[in-house]
Design a protein around this ligand. Structure first.
Ligand SMILES: [Zn+2]
Length: 478
């Protein structure tokens, strides 16, 4: 959902360009001087939040001609918290999106049906999951350090009108499609009901094996390493340290695959047959930004990144949905933004319900630093910030829980961190110092979950002479 809003804001930005020419921002009047940075953070110990859970998934997908799949999802769940559990909670968003709370809006012509839930090979009861949360009671508690195996079999036919999880023509885009293990933090399951207006799930690294059988040959693009670049009917993918497992089955009548590389990573970009004339430009944006982020921020640990040029505008672990727009600037900005999320979303993790800006704001800051590299001048690279600040509505801190934003979400969580961070770096080392800051942050927090509080701890250890009230001017630190 975050990028849907982002795209909306980008559209707004283009509209506002015509009527908001001065774009004044009161903060821009006051430049920040004399800030310096730690040269070594060796003494600093990053403190990520412990997830409290670990999931090892074995999933089989058996798809029929009508694009209904019989899915069996087996999850070995490890209790890495300090509590004994008497129930397990899982996200099961298809139920909410297709048949449950949001079925009327988004579920038409789709279906989902849970056939059976097993706990340690015994059939179990379970809650309805109309809100996207599946609660499974346990006959025997799972003690701290112990594991159990949950097995859920269900049928799923994505709806054409679905959000993220959808079917289009003969192709399937499978996000939030399987039972997903949340974190267990602060003595409880950290899970919120599905909410199409905002980010609705938060997962951390797990291990995945997925086997698929398809009724006809498809291009297959997943979060894991895909070895087959041709349309095919069956296969198996495996990946560890993945935050989630996104899968797309693309109908070769509508799609083709463009493969290329950036540094040592294979990039695979699915392009619609009718968008071939955009391929070269999109490839340039992907290659340029990916290389820039690797060289200036840090290594991307996987050897493959997939991109689907539909209009999803959404990041997933190891794969992105970009834009299918033929208007170059917007499509390219979406590609670059989603690629940057591989660093700030997938590798450095955060809970999007409470700390959305930690990935969105930092990602957009990384995007802007790349724009500075490729655009002729700073105004062009930063063109959207004054317009975003022109979005009407109150100024709100960047770190409020999602439901507290409504219309000003993109302004608060995307634009504000970019504007504020750049104001700090602009006259204190500029782009180079900003990239060094992101690189230090990335290398300390890769594989960890960052909260606003932890970001502030890092920031104050790294930045010397922070102007009085600087962080408080855009973050709620109480
Ligand atoms: Zn984003």
């Amino acid at each position: 959902m975050k990028m849907t809003r982002f795209v909306f804001v980008l559209i707004l930005m283009f509209l506002l360009t015509a009527c908001n020419t001065n774009g004044t921002d009161k903060d821009e009047d006051k430049s920040i001087q004399n800030v310096s940075y730690q040269t070594s953070m060796e003494e600093f110990e990053p403190q990520g939040v412990q997830p409290g859970t670990y999931g090892t998934y074995n999933i089989t997908i058996d798809m029929k001609e009508d694009l209904t799949s019989n899915i069996d999802a087996q999850i070995e769940i490890e209790n890495r918290s300090e509590d004994a559990w008497d129930e397990i909670k899982l996200y099961f968003i298809p139920q909410s999106l297709i048949e449950g709370d949001y079925g009327n809006q988004y579920g038409s012509d789709g279906s989902v049906n849970i056939n059976q839930v097993m706990v340690s090979n015994e059939e179990s009861t379970f809650s309805s999951a109309d809100d996207g949360i599946l609660t499974i009671p346990l006959n025997n508690q799972i003690e701290a350090g112990d594991k159990t195996v949950i097995d859920i079999s269900y049928s799923l036919r994505p709806a054409p009108n679905g959000i993220r999880l959808r079917r289009q023509g003969g192709s399937l885009f499978l996000a939030q499609w399987y039972p997903m293990l949340p974190t267990y933090q602060d003595g409880k399951w950290n899970i919120e009901g599905y909410n199409p207006k905002g980010e609705s799930y938060f997962t951390t690294n797990g291990s995945y094996t997925v086997e698929y059988q398809l009724p006809q040959p498809y291009y297959v693009m997943t979060s894991a390493h895909d070895q087959n670049n041709e349309p095919h009917q069956s296969g198996k993918v495996q990946g560890d340290n993945l935050k989630e497992m996104y899968i797309s089955f693309l109908d070769p009548r509508d799609w083709y695959l463009n493969t290329f590389s950036a540094n040592n990573t294979d990039l695979r970009m699915a392009v619609k047959q009718n968008a071939q004339d955009m391929e070269e430009e999109w490839q340039k944006s992907a290659q340029g930004s990916f290389t820039f982020f690797e060289e200036n921020i840090g290594d991307y640990p996987l050897d493959q990144l997939d991109m689907i040029q539909n209009s999803g505008g959404m990041e997933y672990a190891g794969i992105i949905e970009g834009s299918s727009k033929s208007s170059g600037a917007r499509a390219n900005a979406t590609i670059i933004h989603e690629i940057a999320h591989q660093w700030f979303y997938f590798q450095v993790n955060n809970d999007p319900y409470y700390d959305a800006w930690v990935d969105e704001g930092i990602t957009e800051f990384a995007n802007t630093l790349y724009q500075l590299e490729i655009k002729d001048n700073q105004n062009e690279a930063f063109q959207f910030i004054p317009q975003l600040n022109g979005v009407s509505g109150p100024d709100k801190p960047a770190n409020l829980p999602l439901p507290e934003y409504e219309a000003v979400y993109a302004k608060a969580a995307y634009a504000q961190p970019v504007a504020k961070l750049w104001r700090l770096f602009e006259n204190n080392g500029g782009q180079e110092a900003a990239l060094e800051f992101l690189s230090t942050y990335y290398n300390l927090y890769q594989g960890k979950q960052v909260t606003t509080k932890e970001f502030v701890r890092f920031f104050r250890a790294y930045v010397e002479n922070e102007p009085e009230g600087y962080l408080e001017s855009w973050l709620d630190l109480n």
